[in-house]
Design a protein around this ligand. Structure first.
Ligand code: SF4
Length: 384
């Protein structure tokens, strides 16, 4: 479906689901290995600095039957975990010499274990982020964890993690994140210039394309989008919350737009742009990278930081985005998304901002019920 989207990123974005043809090409051309990582966030710089191609694994989104994974797992877990596991069992992830998971939730923890058990010859590692990021030890602990992950990757990269290489990689990824935030800002201020599917293709391609190729392409794309002469329509500005890990079906997002909404903010692939610039001039770039995670003042659903007030963040998001309503799109069986939705709903109740809650699975294909709900939601606000 992404291939039909008029975007220079459409083919790469489609390739990032199950085929990974561009990764195979890159490996043939460079003779270097690739590493896949499970969402929500992974310090891609670490892998890049070691000459590896980091690729985000965000699920097959309906492109595979999940029969094998379903036979291995419980019926009450989210679809992305089953779909990534299905990809592993069916050989779609054979292109990756290494696979990295993390402790974002109980499901992801166990996914790491069963993947390791089923892919015995592969380098499968588990990155344990700090549980409490409000202590002085969190960044120091994470620095050691990153160093351990780097040592593990050394076996497939054939080279250690060097400070100068890491500084150079951080500089490149800072630019990537800056451009993604710029595109997000452009969409927020003039959403009529960028339909959701185009926005998504541009971001999704960044999961798979080498950063050296992606950054100039994204820069040119932002310029082209900003120069469009599209006129605004009378639509409702909405924030879509809950899509930070398992990806919503694109048809669902199209349904929301077609029902009369501009999506001015959402959380899809948030891990790629969540962090701001990582300093490159400190004595220890691994520590800088760890601090950028532990001390990032922006909330992330799967990271606990006791000093971050999610309520005031949610309230300021409503103001900065000019949102007239919020649509919660939460993946079925995703506890982190549901916990955060309770906090956000409290803020919305207080501010008297209307909201709607939809639930999805990545492979869903019928959205008539959602369409009716969103249309009613939009009409109830526009014609109240
Ligand atoms: S979708 Fe939710 S439950 Fe599933 S792996 Fe991601 S955070 Fe965990």
């Amino acid at each position: 479906m992404l291939e039909e989207i008029p975007s220079p990123f459409a083919a790469a974005a489609e390739d990032s689901y199950t085929t990974f043809a561009s990764v195979k090409r890159w490996k043939e051309e460079t003779g270097r290995p690739a590493v896949g990582y499970f969402p929500v966030y992974f310090p891609e710089e670490l892998a890049h600095a070691m000459g590896l191609l980091p690729v985000g694994l965000y699920g097959a989104s309906g492109r595979l039957s999940l029969d094998m994974a379903t036979a291995h797992t419980q019926s009450f877990i989210c679809s992305i975990s089953r779909s990534v596991f299905q990809m592993a069992l069916q050989g779609h992830l054979d292109v990756f010499e290494g696979l990295i998971f993390s402790n974002i939730c109980d499901v992801a923890r166990n996914l790491s274990g069963i993947t390791k058990r089923n892919l015995k010859e592969r380098h499968v590692d588990y990155l344990h982020y700090p549980i409490n990021n409000g202590t002085d030890y969190a960044a120091r602990y994470l620095r050691e964890e990153y160093a351990r992950i780097g040592s593990g990757l050394q076996g497939i990269a054939g080279q250690p993690l060097g400070s100068e290489q890491l500084r150079a990689s951080i500089t490149l990824y800072n630019e990537k994140r800056r451009l993604l935030r710029e595109l997000a800002q452009l969409r927020q201020s003039r959403p009529w210039l960028l339909p959701y599917t185009e926005w998504y293709a541009a971001m999704r391609a960044g999961l798979i394309l080498p950063v050296e190729e992606y950054v100039p392409a994204l820069k040119a794309y932002i310029g082209a989008v900003a120069a469009r002469g599209t006129k605004p329509k009378d639509r409702l500005r909405v924030v879509v919350a809950g899509t930070f890990c398992e990806q919503p079906p694109l048809q669902l997002m199209r349904t929301i737009e077609d029902a009369g909404c501009y999506i001015v903010h959402d959380e899809a692939l948030l891990g790629s742009r969540w962090m701001s610039d990582v300093p490159v001039d400190g004595p220890d770039p691994v520590l800088s990278l760890a601090k950028a995670y532990a001390e990032n003042p922006e909330p992330l659903t799967v990271r606990f930081h006791p000093d971050i007030d999610k309520r005031s963040h949610d309230a300021s998001l409503l103001v900065s985005s000019g949102a007239q309503g919020v649509i919660f799109c939460t993946p079925k069986f995703c506890e982190p998304a549901l916990y955060d939705s309770v906090i956000f709903k409290g803020v919305l109740d207080k501010a008297k901002v209307p909201y709607l809650h939809l639930e999805y699975e990545e492979s869903a294909s019928s959205f008539e019920h959602d369409r009716t709900m969103v249309e009613t939601f939009v009409e109830s606000i526009l014609f109240e």
